[in-house]
Design a protein around this ligand. Structure first.
Ligand code: PAF
Length: 307
């Protein structure tokens, strides 16, 4: 397992390292992308990649900010990846807001937007597409409720790494399981890049920013912060010395139900392996997913206990 690093923590005060003078390039073909990547590599610039599915919010913009601080040239991909959506999931409904996203990226100082169509990324369709799959880590938690989801993620991220050849790649830690799975893929397939995890950006009431928050009705939106509050309560109990993790998971589920949410899972895990936490583990991740109506929200908290 690669060594654990301190995540990039967003702040409102940090300013980007470089002055941005050029306008952002906007590319939707592999040929166009290959050309600009070749130019960047020849000029020796460090490429930073921020992979997204668009409908950008402040959490995504923190990824761009982090990328601007450590890379010389930043490419953001926007691609709603059909391979990571299961049957009956929200592929068609997923918010597509390319014009607004382009403006936000330009303002944030992104150098290049890559927004391919599915026919560019999967020219032969999905049926015969080679699958990149990280075993075990992808089967638990979100993988249990969304079979095949993480295979879709690792396959498209592998393609994006090959196409964009980043030196640095930036991912939000709200999707902590996804982050660990991609980190394992990077290590196992020996991608010559560094992954940077960027801390979750939250609304004032604690709700983690997510493109799927826009699906919530006003009533659901007012119930949604209970997800983060519940995670924080579990954290408080653990910090107070409670190691009855099974019982803590159960009472967290009851708390979510009482707040009007339908828990998919709550899991107190070893923060590196995502296996069930043992009382002796010191780095923990508390992961949860809930449904509010049809909308599925996820969140997590990581904590290190003193020895
Ligand atoms: O986290 C996301 O937005 C997506 O899973 C990703 C990493 C862009 C792959 O499609």
């Amino acid at each position: 397992m690669p060594s654990r690093k301190e995540p990039f923590r967003p702040s409102n005060t940090g300013s980007s390292k470089r002055l941005k003078i050029d306008t952002m390039q906007s590319i939707d073909t592999l040929t166009g992308l290959k050309q600009v990547i070749r130019e960047q590599r020849v000029s020796g610039r460090r490429i930073g990649l921020v992979p997204t599915m668009g409908n950008l919010h402040s959490g995504h913009l923190e990824l761009i900010k982090a990328a601007r601080l450590s890379a010389d040239w930043v490419v953001c991909s926007i691609f709603v990846n059909p391979m990571q959506f299961g049957a009956g999931e929200d592929l068609d409904a997923y918010p597509r807001t390319l014009d607004a996203d382009r403006e936000r990226l330009e303002t944030a100082g992104c150098d290049c937007l890559f927004h391919p169509a599915a026919s560019e990324v999967y020219p032969q369709g999905l049926e015969t597409q080679t699958i990149v799959s990280v075993p075990r880590l992808g089967l638990e938690h979100c993988g249990r409720s969304r079979p095949g989801h993480f295979d879709g993620v690792t396959t498209v991220v592998c393609k994006l790494f090959n196409l964009c050849q980043p030196d640095l790649a930036f991912f939000g830690l709200k999707d902590y399981q996804q982050y660990l799975i991609i980190q394992k893929m990077v290590a196992d397939l020996q991608f010559p890049l560094e992954m940077i995890g960027v801390e979750t950006v939250r609304e004032a009431d604690g709700l983690a920013m997510s493109s799927r928050n826009s699906y919530l009705t006003p009533d659901q939106r007012s119930q949604a912060p209970a997800l983060y509050q519940t995670l924080m309560q579990v954290r408080t109990q653990i910090e107070a010395g409670n190691r009855q993790y099974g019982a803590l998971e159960e009472s967290a589920k009851q708390h979510l139900i009482a707040a009007g949410l339908t828990p998919d899972y709550v899991a107190i895990c070893n923060g590196d392996t995502l296996l069930p936490a043992r009382p002796t583990d010191s780095f923990l991740a508390i992961l949860a997913a809930v449904f509010l109506g049809k909308t599925r929200l996820i969140d997590n908290i990581r904590l290190t206990l003193p020895d």
